[in-house]
Design a protein around this ligand. Structure first.
Ligand code: ASP
Length: 433
């Protein structure tokens, strides 16, 4: 039966959650939903996050330690970063071309702008101060941050995934150099640890339909509050901006990823690729967090897409941290939208500056909800557009965050497939659930 398949159950959970959220707003059950339904969504996301660090550590140590030669690792690393950079640059470019073509900012009535600025200006401060911290950092601080000074501190914070990757590579390479029986034992231990974690991910995923239901229901009441009409009105006012962004995200997926598949994949097409990673895409949408989705992305790409663990264990955690194509598209569109709405015409030089800063900003953005809008402040500061302008888009940002996170997750999976294909590390795919 179709509805027994996991991805359909997640879709059903998503729509039922949506319906429940709307119903609670209309008939006044918000308190019940917040007290008794929302916690299940929170627990679900916590479980996914809980599993991410051990999974990355175990799979990457096992992957690196079983390599016959470490040159493959550095080659794969270079390739991964290069492809991530290229896809990000393409994403920003697609965003810029789309926003300059549709010009959504020019159609925003002054009256709507005034009321948006008034409603959201109080939420600006927090984001601006986080952005200022980023702006005050040195160029090489990003590299310094990759090296932890305490393993437990690195493993205690999911946003420090690159530090965990660093430790895992160090440990893996150490095991190779040590060699002998003890090294074999360590590899077996990490391998077994990895297998058991994958099993736990599969169990957690069985609860995904309920988790997604709870997440969607609480999201809707958070957005709509007690005044659903006002929320819908806001969505309508920013409709053209939202549509432009969604269109550009789709364009990026169908243009860039499908070209990548045509060039690098002999066996499967873009739609089969989607089929394999559906649950990860749905979770990216419901959680708005590529970090929380990481364990599921790793499981699906390895088990269903057939990408060897050697690739997934390295490419995906790095991607969840530095590769955010959806966020890049969004930053280009949002920056130009705000400038247009404020009546500023951006010069070519300013637009080129957006390409550079949005690329860097998406690399610096963490894979958590709302990270993109903090980094947008950095982009706006660089092109000298008033940062107060983000008040214009805050009202719809949560929903658009969900859409851009799907693209972030899809991009990581696509690059993992391409890297595996060029390294000859593709196994038999499995398109069943
Ligand atoms: N929520 C996004 C992610 O986790 C980041 C963003 O806010 O753009 O990938």
């Amino acid at each position: 039966m179709w509805y027994k398949k996991l991805h359909w159950q997640i879709v059903i959970g998503l729509f039922l959650g949506l319906a429940w959220g709307l119903l609670s707003s209309v008939i006044g059950w918000n308190e019940f939903t917040t007290d008794f339904i929302k916690p299940f969504g929170t627990i679900f996301v916590k479980l996914l996050k809980l599993i991410a660090v051990p999974l990355v550590l175990a799979s990457l140590v096992a992957g690196v330690a079983s390599l016959n030669d470490t040159t493959r690792l550095s080659r794969m690393g270079g390739k991964t970063v290069l492809i991530y950079m290229i896809t990000t640059l393409l994403a920003v470019t697609i965003g810029l071309v789309t926003v300059n073509t549709f010009q959504p900012g020019k159609s925003l009535p002054q009256e709507t702008m005034d009321s948006l600025q008034e409603t959201y200006s109080s939420s600006l401060e927090e984001r601006s101060s986080s952005a200022n911290e980023v702006l005050n950092r040195g160029v090489l601080d990003f590299v310094v941050d990759v090296v932890p000074d305490n393993f437990f501190a690195a493993a205690s914070d999911n946003s420090r995934m690159l530090q965990v990757v660093f430790v895992a590579i160090l440990l893996g390479v150490g095991i190779i150099h040590m060699g002998g029986e003890k090294a074999k034992t360590l590899v077996t231990v990490f391998d077994a640890f990895n297998d058991v974690i994958i099993l736990i991910v599969e169990h957690i995923m069985k609860t995904a339909p309920y988790g997604v239901f709870a997440l969607m229901a609480s999201l809707i009441i958070d957005l709509a509050g007690d005044d659903l009409g006002k929320a819908l009105e806001l969505l309508g006012a920013l409709g053209w901006y939202s549509l432009t962004l969604v269109f550009a995200l789709l364009l990026h997926v169908f243009l860039v990823y499908s070209t990548m598949f045509k060039v690098f994949s002999k066996d499967i097409g873009l739609f089969q690729f989607f089929k394999a990673i559906r649950p990860a895409m749905l979770l990216g949408f419901s959680t708005s967090s590529s970090s929380a989705t990481l364990p599921v992305t790793m499981e699906r790409v390895e088990k269903n897409l057939g990408v060897d663990e050697e690739v997934t264990s390295f490419v995906l955690p790095v991607g969840a941290t530095i590769n955010m194509d959806g966020t890049s598209v969004y930053q280009a569109i949002a920056a130009v939208f705000i400038a247009q709405a404020l009546g500023m015409d951006l010069t070519i030089a300013q637009q080129l500056m957006i390409v550079a800063t949005a690329t860097a900003a998406s690399i610096g953005a963490a894979g958590v909800p709302g990270a993109g809008i903090v980094m947008l402040v950095v982009v706006l500061e660089t092109i000298q557009v008033p940062t107060a302008g983000i008040a214009l888009i805050l009202g719809v940002d949560r929903i658009l965050d969900m859409c851009r996170t799907v693209v972030n997750v899809t991009g990581d999976a696509a690059v993992a497939y391409v890297v595996a294909s060029t390294e000859g590390l593709l196994n038999e795919p499995n398109f069943d659930d």
